[in-house]
Design a protein around this ligand. Structure first.
Ligand SMILES: [Cu+2]
Length: 133
């Protein structure tokens, strides 16, 4: 009986973790001295993955006015290399600028905004996503 109870609790734990994790990974392409898309809105728990699809080396470096704010820096990304970032609770409500250390003056800049996850956003994202299927 105790064993059955344990199994039941484990099943509930799995169910909860599946229903609460609706994290999305947003892909940002680095190509032709641009981040595509240049600005993006994500929610807490979501991730951004940048991939260098261009021929030149680039970076994904946090900060504005071409100045690193000491938050994150991908280092040099060669063709095909990528860099990831995951938004946690502390990032909620934040808009972050980033740039390429080599081509910032072009300007090669981007930004992302992290929203608190809410049921309405999930619904609207679901609608948007369904348009692409
Ligand atoms: Cu660059």
């Amino acid at each position: 009986m105790k064993r059955l109870l344990g199994l039941g609790l484990a099943a509930i734990a799995i169910l909860v973790s599946v229903t609460t994790s609706r994290a999305t990974v947003f892909e940002v392409q680095i190509v032709d001295y641009q981040y595509i898309p240049p600005s993006i809105t994500i929610a807490v728990g979501d991730s951004i993955h940048w991939t260098n699809d261009g021929a030149m080396p680039h970076t994904v470096t946090s900060g504005d006015n071409c100045t690193w704010d000491n938050d994150f820096d991908s280092g040099t990304l060669l063709t095909g290399q990528g860099f990831g970032y995951k938004a946690d609770e502390e990032d909620a409500g934040l808009t972050k600028d980033y740039f390429c250390q080599f081509h910032c003056s072009f300007p090669m800049v981007g930004s992302y905004t992290v929203q608190e996850q809410s049921p309405t956003q999930e619904t609207s994202w679901g609608k948007i996503k369904s348009l692409y299927k």
